[in-house]
Design a protein around this ligand. Structure first.
Ligand code: SAM
Length: 316
């Protein structure tokens, strides 16, 4: 797909470039905020799986920059934003970056150290594994990322705090709902307008963190397993103490973002400049070390002849 053609078919991709966002995902977080007011009173945030950084940009523009511009701002009052990803990310003002795997305990410890004993008001996670197109597999790998994020949440989120995470809707959604309901009084699944209808992606918005009495972080996995196996999840009753019983779980599901706003599944005409032509903008910040970089290098080396390819293979 050419740049102009993508601009036409993906309005949020074009708008992201016009408004200086590194990725169209920025609109998803903004639309979730429109509905749930997630930034209210927030001073400390963790952005899990943050690269290339559009959610971190949203956090910086909504929390850090206004505080910094305020005439009576003190350094000690500035919001703390910690962003983590496997991939390196170009710097963003007011965002501390940690490069690491969120499923690794050492990454979680590094994040916790940045909070210096304090707690976060908000944890967001837009993590996505490389999608295979096999829905069950993608949903499973995605759910592992959410569990890793929830592990970090149980260490770092303050009582009453919020957690937002990307999910892939599937047959285990009700199990996930029940698991999250153990820790949050409000759990809602949301589909921002900028997320395509054709995509199984949605976001879970968890409000008012209140873990069970006497909960210890090291018991998380044992507790989650107790809730039930994925195959039994449709029969769980989240409202009863130990989630047993025949009642079906009805999950609150909400479309969010201005419903008269741009539709991510529609093509829009391209705006013409004074000379009657359309000029496509370059992406705001291309990824600095994307995982596909090596594949492209190898493809190029192959087309340059087998010797170049062998040299590249030896170099790595
Ligand atoms: N929220 C980002 C933004 O607005 O720019 C986009 C996130 S992108 C959809 C998903 C990210 O998840 C990728 O950058 C990927 O490297 C990251 N990711 C996937 N698995 C991860 C893991 N185990 N630990 C850390 N990051 C991970």
């Amino acid at each position: 797909m050419g740049k102009a053609s993508r601009d036409k078919r993906d309005i949020y991709y074009r708008k992201a470039k016009e408004e200086g966002w590194r990725a169209r995902s920025a609109f998803k977080l903004l639309q979730i905020d429109e509905e749930f007011n997630i930034f209210e009173g927030v001073k400390r945030v963790v952005d899990l799986c943050a690269a290339p950084g559009s959610w971190s940009q949203v956090l910086s523009r909504n929390l850090y920059l206004p505080a910094k511009m305020s005439p009576d701002s003190k350094d000690s009052d500035l919001p703390l934003i910690v962003a983590i990803d496997l991939q390196p990310m170009a710097p963003i003002e007011g965002v501390i970056q940690v490069q690491g795997d969120i499923t690794n305990a050492r990454t979680a410890e590094t994040v916790i150290r940045h909070f210096d004993g304090g707690k976060a008001d908000l944890v967001v996670c837009d993590g996505a594994p490389d999608v295979t197109g096999l829905h069950d597999m993608d949903e499973f790998v995605q759910s592992q990322l959410i569990l890793a994020a929830l592990t970090i949440v149980t260490h770092i989120l303050k009582q009453g705090g919020k957690f937002i995470a990307k999910i892939f809707r599937g047959k285990d959604t009700s199990l996930l709902y029940c698991q999250l309901k153990l820790f949050f009084t409000e759990v809602t699944f949301a589909k921002p307008k900028s997320s395509r209808n054709s995509s199984i992606e949605a976001f879970v918005v968890c409000e008012n963190y209140s873990p069970p009495e006497g909960f210890s972080e090291k018991d998380l996995h044992r507790l989650l397993e107790k809730i039930g196996s994925p195959s039994g999840a449709d029969d769980l009753d989240c409202s009863s103490g130990w989630l047993e019983g025949p009642n079906k779980v009805y999950i609150p599901f909400l479309a969010c973002g201005d419903l008269n706003g741009y539709d991510s599944d529609r093509s829009y005409p391209l705006p013409k400049g004074a000379d009657g032509s359309y000029r496509s903008l370059d992406p705001v910040q291309p990824p600095i070390a994307p995982p596909y970089k090596r594949a492209l290098e190898m493809k190029k080396a192959l087309s340059n002849g087998i010797q170049g390819f062998e040299k590249l293979s030896l170099d790595h």
